[in-house]
Design a protein around this ligand. Sequence first.
Ligand code: ATP
Ligand code: MG
Length: 416
Amino acid sequence: MINIPKGTKDVLPQDAYKWHYLEDTAREVARLYNIREIRTPVFEHTELFLRGVGDTTDIVNKEMYTFKDKGDRSITLKPEGTAGAARSFIENGMAAGLLPVKMYYIIPAFRYERPQAGRLREFHQFGIEVYGAAGADADAEVISCAALFLDRLGIKGVKLNINSIGCKSCRADYNAALKNYLRPRLGEMCATCRERFEKNPLRILDCKEEGCKAVTRGAPRILDYLCGDCAAHFGKVKELLTESGLEYTVDPDIVRGLDYYTKTVFEFVSDNIGAQGTVCGGGRYDGLIEELGGNPTPAVGFAVGLERLLLLMENSGVPFPADEGPEVFIAGMDERSRAAAFGLVGRLRKSGVSAECDHMGKSVKAQFKYADKIGAKYVIALGSNELECGECNIKCMADGSTRAVKLCDVCECFKS
Ligand code: ATP
Ligand code: MG
């Protein structure tokens, strides 16, 4: 037998309604925010992620699904959604159109990681991107969009943590201070962090190794190094969050895994799903479009991990709307009425009513049982009597009541 690859999951038909609920809610929230969908390829040139995600990140260093195609091009399955959206923004000249450009995506993403609860090799993200708006209101809008998504799903108790990691200029001062602090302690840190020390010391704050965490606990804080502009921007974000009724905590340790972030960074975190508690991460990345060859364009966005969200909803007993069965099941008592049932089911479906009949040669009794099991709301039994007089009974499965209807009127009856 051939098994599913490690770190991937099937969504079985009986569970698909949960995914539809997540996706429908995401699309509805995007609609409320006037955000249109962007669809980009599942694979891109590897170069896009090297530049767009950053070569000091775990994603680029360890996690990418990269391969040579038959034309000897280096191709990578997308590990996240922002780089592809940014590439498309530039390639399609969106900067010359109406700004801001607001886009969302629901995508599979691929990262070669050690699989555990809430950490897969193929997972799914709902994300949004806002390009062209530099003000703090865009940051607050993006954060409030993520909050509304969680709220609409009925998720409670997820904490919003925010931070600012400044712009290029304040980051330079901070990096110098951070390096001065870390230099004498490098011996206590992991090999990856020692490497990051020169390239991108800020990323050391994101390391999950205990030794490194112990060292960084006493490190200088970026918030103390923000330039006037970045400090004002962060102040405004906080003001607008409060204005929107959103509670938040300033967490100076959030730096986000990706290199392209500037100013605001944020996470929505739950303590109900174990170690992988971050269900949503996002922030501002004003440097990304330019890094990818476009004109400098401010940008802000988030991505929610849908598997983690599902896990959180299941663990905390958040209700899903019930999976619906067909509207009506048509049972046939003999060869001829089974054929008539088949025809009627076809006509019902054509008129937009979900309908089912037997395909397993079941007895009439077994057909009724089956109709009940699949959650059919109504059942009609056809036999020689019904066919002869052209009339049948529609049985309501919820209360057992019946009503007589002409066979030729059945479709009309169910059309709402
Ligand atoms: P983590 O620190 O947990 O590795 P990350 O910083 O790598 O997360 P992002 O790149 O910000 O994550 O991705 C956004 C969201 O996507 C995360 O908050 C998480 O919900 C989800 N996510 C990331 N990696 C995985 C994965 N391997 N499996 C499932 N969900 C994931
Ligand atoms: Mg990660």
